[in-house]
Design a protein around this ligand. Structure first.
Ligand code: MN
Length: 602
């Protein structure tokens, strides 16, 4: 009987699941010599969220992190999670970008690429698998596990065979939501093991508390490779504890052979590290069993709760949770994983908050229904599709077949700012965040958001601020917090929500006004309140990503005038009346909230 092999996810998925992907390289490197001694099959160290968080929050070069880990872990395979043709981003990239990315990742030290597609459309995996094979590294094809009337054991087995035929060196079952049950494990694993010759691995989140049981049953049934996380960052939204699983298989025929005493030392190290990041711990640090009832992953529920709280509509969470399966059915039952989890979740939220289903359809749902993400697992709702895209054609081919080579173009877009092919790829993955990171790095202006004291401005003590501050630090019980007021929502029942970031993390404070208030008729951003039919407003707090009109332009009612982004989804805002654009109060990148006049049409 083979030993059970362990992929430890502490340096990627575990801190992504437990502390919002905030662990810094400086907190990883000191423990690497010990991690390298353990004998893990691999260490998962990289993925879309880690790459994004490095550039956006930590102000670290993700490529530099990879090179440092490579040097610090000479004896252990390094593994990453790749979103197929989406690579680490949210859109489909052309094949030349996929090849360039995989080649640079391998060159910088990556050994194992776990590749998945949100729709399990294997056409979206083909080029990345080929690219990994071309580098001589390990290509692991992943099946995004979900449950629905169109997902069957036979379907998953057929996909596993296709992945094997495409050259995958192993197959992973990716249970990102913690949906897998012991009963399904006992039928799925032997079916997969009988169908393919390559090894099978199990990645199952501990969210609902079942994954450790599933891992043991999987090993009894032909899957000898499981994902775990060191105890300090294990369980709940993360993975079963490495130490526990090693102990669970001890003295069985699948004994991992790993040194528990050494793992304890590593555990204590991360126990101390985790304390530094406690402000990023999610609400559900323990079990969240809701997924077994609602089929909605815990991570999605907390994102949606945050959005609803911003709207002052947290009491509608159950309506949204009931709407998600309906939207998912309308879209042909996609598994809920990046990016489909955001696409389905945001549309469900819009359907509930606007009061009319599909009154407001996100651009991503339109693209999805055009086939631009690949083919849906099941049939999509034809009337929803008609409403979303009318008679626009639905593509049948692999989405990336429609994309022209784009590396050359990307290089020229970031020329002078990017100093390497890796820089170009950082920009390609996250255009705005990536560009800003590179510009700040070149100007030596990188300021991490956390853990380092903010530079203090010297202002004379006699200076009295003429207006309420919107960006300040408060010290409470010896802890200093950086607070930034980012906007305000609807006034309701004598309370008004103000949105603030607390050390870079979005928070909300409810303000009950006492005594006199200054009624300026302007929002905190200085925009007038929407009072007339010709005032263009947003229904959601969001970021403005495009202004489509100019002052003086004639528009018809219904013409798209703005594009906003909320929950990573884009929505067009239409002109409420016909007329001339008189004033534009916003520009690209602004944070906008309900009740503000963003554009005036008269
Ligand atoms: Mn995961």
């Amino acid at each position: 009987m083979p030993r059970v092999l362990i992929t430890d996810t502490t340096l990627r998925d575990a801190h992504q699941s437990k502390i919002a992907t905030r662990m810094r390289t400086e907190d990883m490197l000191p423990i690497c010599p010990k991690l390298d001694q353990v004998g893990f099959w691999s260490l998962e160290v990289w993925g879309g969220a880690t790459f994004d968080a490095c550039l956006r929050f930590l102000k670290e070069d993700p490529w530099e992190r990879l090179r440092k880990l490579r040097r610090a872990l000479p004896n252990t395979r390094l593994q990453m999670l790749l979103r197929g043709q989406n690579l680490l981003g949210y859109r489909h990239y052309s094949d030349d970008v996929v090849r360039a990315f995989v080649s640079r990742a391998a060159n910088n030290g990556m050994d194992v690429f776990r590749i998945f597609d949100a729709l399990n459309d294997v056409r979206n995996l083909r080029v990345s698998i080929e690219a990994v094979k071309a580098t001589g590294r390990h290509a692991q094809g992943a099946i995004s596990y979900t449950t629905s009337p169109v997902h069957t054991i036979e379907g998953f087995v057929a996909m596993a065979k296709e992945l094997e035929d495409m050259g995958c060196d192993s197959i992973a079952v990716k249970d990102m939501a913690g949906l897998l049950t012991p009963a399904v494990t006992c039928t799925l694993m032997p079916a997969l093991a009988a169908a393919v010759r390559v090894p099978i691995a199990l990645h199952s989140h501990a969210t609902s508390g079942l994954s450790a049981i599933c891992q043991f049953l999987a090993a009894e049934r032909g899957c000898y490779h499981v994902d775990t996380a060191i105890s300090a960052l294990s369980d709940g939204a993360s993975h079963p504890a490495t130490e526990s699983i090693v102990a669970a298989f001890r003295d069985t025929q699948w004994d991992t052979g790993l040194d528990l005493a050494l793992l304890q030392e590593i555990g204590f190290y991360f126990y101390a590290v985790r304390k530094k990041y406690r402000q990023f711990e999610s609400e559900f640090t323990g079990l969240d069993t809701r997924v077994q009832v609602t089929q909605v992953p815990g991570g999605m529920i907390s994102n949606l709760s945050n959005q609803l709280r911003e709207q002052g509509a947290l009491d509608r969470i159950n309506e949204v949770l009931a709407e998600i399966p309906r939207v998912r059915q309308d879209l042909g039952f996609p598994p809920l994983v990046t990016p489909t989890s955001q696409i389905v979740g945001a549309q469900a939220l819009f359907n509930v908050l606007t009061g009319t289903r599909y009154k407001n359809i996100t651009n991503e749902v339109k693209l999805y229904l055009q086939g631009k993400y690949g083919s849906a697992p099941g049939l999509v709702n034809a009337s929803v599709r008609q409403q979303a895209i009318g008679n626009e054609p639905v593509i049948e081919c692999r989405p990336a077949d429609l994309l022209l080579a784009e590396m050359e173009n990307l290089r020229s877009q970031i020329e002078g700012t990017a100093h390497s092919e890796e820089d170009v790829l950082s920009y390609a993955m996250f255009p705005e965040v990536g560009r800003k990171f590179l510009e700040d790095r070149n100007a030596e202006k990188l300021q991490p958001e956390l853990l380092e004291p903010m530079p203090r401005k010297n202002s004379p003590p006699s200076e009295v601020p003429s207006e309420a501050p919107v960006d300040f630090r408060v010290t409470l019980h010896g802890e200093t917090y950086h607070i930034k007021v980012t906007g305000a929502g609807h006034q309701a029942k004598g309370q008004r929500p103000f949105y603030v970031t607390l050390d870079g993390m979005p928070e909300e404070v409810l303000v009950e006004t006492i005594g006199d208030t200054v009624e300026s008729g302007h929002s905190p951003q200085g925009r007038p309140k929407a009072t007339k039919p010709g005032h263009v407003t947003t229904s959601m707090p969001s970021t403005l990503i495009e202004v489509l009109v100019q002052v003086g332009q004639e528009v018809k009612a219904g013409t798209p005038v703005l594009v906003t982004e909320a929950m990573k989804m884009e929505t067009e805002i239409h002109a409420p009346v016909s007329g001339t654009v008189l004033v534009i109060h916003v520009s690209k990148g602004d944070h906008v909230v309900p009740d503000e006049a963003l554009i005036e049409i008269g």
